[in-house]
Write a protein that binds this ligand. Sequence first.
Ligand code: URA
Length: 270
Amino acid sequence: MEEVRLQKFLANSGVASRRKCEELILEGKVSVNGKVVNELGTKINPSVDKVEFCGKLIHSSEKKVYILLNKPIGYVTTAKDQFDRDSVLDLVKVKERIVPVGRLDMYTSGALILTNDGDFVYKVTHPKHEITKTYTVTLRGIIEDDAVEKLRNGVEIEDYITRPAKVRILKTDIEKNISRLEITIHEGKNRQVRKMCEAVGSKVIALHRSKIGDIGVKDLKLGTWRYLRDFEVKNILWIVTDKIIETKEKWRRNKWVYLISFQKDGKMKK
Ligand code: URA
């Protein structure tokens, strides 16, 4: 993930000239992720860092791009790390500073969106509004009906009960001793699908994310990518924004129920 000097980012975003932006930084008028920065060496990542000038959010002037990659296994979804493992960013060479929206394990293949739109990343990955993700899971052994039912209803992974999931048996092969399931979830806990399957005693031997929301990768070869179409981006934003509004509305209603249930002396009504 390419970083850029703070003064360059401010200048490119039209705040002032590079020299003037340096002065503004030294005067303590610029903050990054809520903290005032008054050193000139600071570098930021415009896709994820929130830069404010005099309290006003500065948007990068870079054109927003949204990319759908069919990730092969063997690639990490972080930038190159200390182990020098291959990164998905090596597969998508664009001039914009993109980041993956959420993550996929190194040994999981399939749909991954990358963008330079920090707001999109925030909305789509927010735990309350996560969009559905559909996985094809190959398991060692023949899965039992009650294990499928448990996966559907929610299982305990570490100290968390997973939310209801859609689970469909795609195939069972007695000779090869494998089962293939389609699992749709709308959470994004670390290694969630693998942990869910482990929780019902099944070992995952292959994991592929076939879809994010309605957007699938069946027409993209592994390792290739395409730009998302406008309507696809809008559709995703529409879904998550709708959920945000729904959550806000629920909170607003609950707040009134909560306030109404207080008596004048401040004690809760029984
Ligand atoms: N669940 C997993 O176990 N791994 C992923 O990469 C995504 C979901």
